[in-house]
Design a protein around this ligand. Structure first.
Ligand code: NAG
Length: 342
């Protein structure tokens, strides 16, 4: 009998290992369980408090933007990072008649999207002062084969005095860096028609935004900004934690969108008259719940959310949006923003 039992245990172990192999690398990508729970309740904060106290939880926050009766619960007895789910606690919550739904949050792997390989980094950086020898990247002379007259040949281009504007060949390519003339995103024609971002509010969901940056400060919109990583930040200020140099991503993304044009400083944003904000949310534990909060942050004020991060970008990782991110996306397309005209 004992031997048989041992064999069956071995068999189960074998099956478990086989299942893991079948799933390939994907098991590594599923994050640890956290001590954060999203609990949906029929009732207000008082009901939530009662549910929490009778189940051993505490209410961290009401997630008003995510939906009615949605609360963030934490349990002090649960590890903030665990391989095991707290099924017993979840069952305890669900047994409460006021609880509609409950879900333990898992930590998601989030990787900032970066230029993986930048050929220009191999070449010496142009010295701005020496305008006469502007040449950083000498590309082979590529000739357009399609015989379409090149619009860039016959135009006077918009000239901005920002010193790195000529490096932004992808905005306006006059062949200034040796690449093919006109191979750009053709934004100049949009600018000429007056589409410069004016009247549009953009927020960058990332590791923060250095909003005192001289190329951003005048376009900065505090109403499109907040700090979801530091709940104790009384100013709700999205300034990144600069002790970690990797926290430059959000500021960089903000510049790509809305760096001020023609201020003799740095570069030009693609929508240089847009209002720009930042929600600090990537410098800490990321969960479905947190992503949803970010995507709904002041959604009656923000027009566009920019999120340039995601699961591992290794060509073999696939991940869809979680429960609350799906809901956030749905809300985003069904609820009209106040700045929308018409
Ligand atoms: C940029 O500013 C300069 C003055 O420094 C001005 O002459 C020029 O017209 C401005 N360019 C644009 C496109 O507004």
């Amino acid at each position: 009998m004992a031997r048989w039992r041992r064999q069956s245990v071995l068999c189960c172990v074998t099956i478990a290992v086989f299942c893991t192999l079948l799933q390939g690398g994907s098991t590594d990508e599923i994050g640890h369980y956290t001590n954060d729970f999203v609990v949906e309740i029929d009732g207000d904060m008082a009901v939530a408090d009662l549910v929490a106290s009778t189940t051993g939880f505490s209410v961290e926050k009401q997630l008003t933007s995510v939906g009615d009766g949605v609360f963030h619960f934490v349990h002090s007895g649960v590890s903030s990072r665990s391989k095991r789910s707290a099924d017993d606690l979840l069952a305890r919550l669900l047994a409460n008649p006021s609880v509609r739904r409950a879900e333990q949050q898992r930590e998601l792997t989030r990787v900032k999207r970066e230029i993986i390989y930048d050929k220009q980094k191999e070449l010496p950086i142009r010295t701005y002062e020496d305008k006469s020898v502007y040449q950083r990247f000498k590309a082979p002379n590529i000739v357009r084969k399609d015989n379409i007259p090149n619009p860039k040949d016959s135009q006077n281009h918009i000239k901005f005095n920002d010193q790195y504007f000529p490096d932004q060949w992808y905005l306006v390519n006059t062949g200034q860096s040796g690449g093919p003339v006109g191979y750009d995103i053709n934004v100049e024609s949009a600018w000429r028609k007056g589409f410069t971002g004016k009247g549009v509010v953009v927020t960058i969901l990332d590791d923060g935004i250095d909003h005192t940056h001289p190329d951003l400060a005048l376009n900065y919109d505090p109403l499109a900004s907040g700090d979801l990583n530091d709940k104790n930040d009384p100013l709700n200020d999205p300034t990144p934690d600069k002790t970690k140099p990797t926290n430059a991503h959000g500021t960089r993304c903000a510049g790509e969108v809305a760096a001020i044009a023609n201020n003799s400083n740095c570069c030009v944003g693609v929508a240089y008259e847009a209002k720009i904000g930042g929600v600090r949310m990537l410098d800490g534990k990321v969960t479905d719940m947190l992503e949803a909060q970010a995507l709904l942050y002041h959604n009656q004020h923000v027009d566009i959310y920019s999120a340039s991060w995601g699961p591992k970008d290794d060509g073999k990782t696939m991940e869809g949006p979680g429960t609350y991110v799906k809901r956030a996306l749905q809300k985003g397309v069904t609820e009209v923003s106040q700045t929308e005209r018409g």
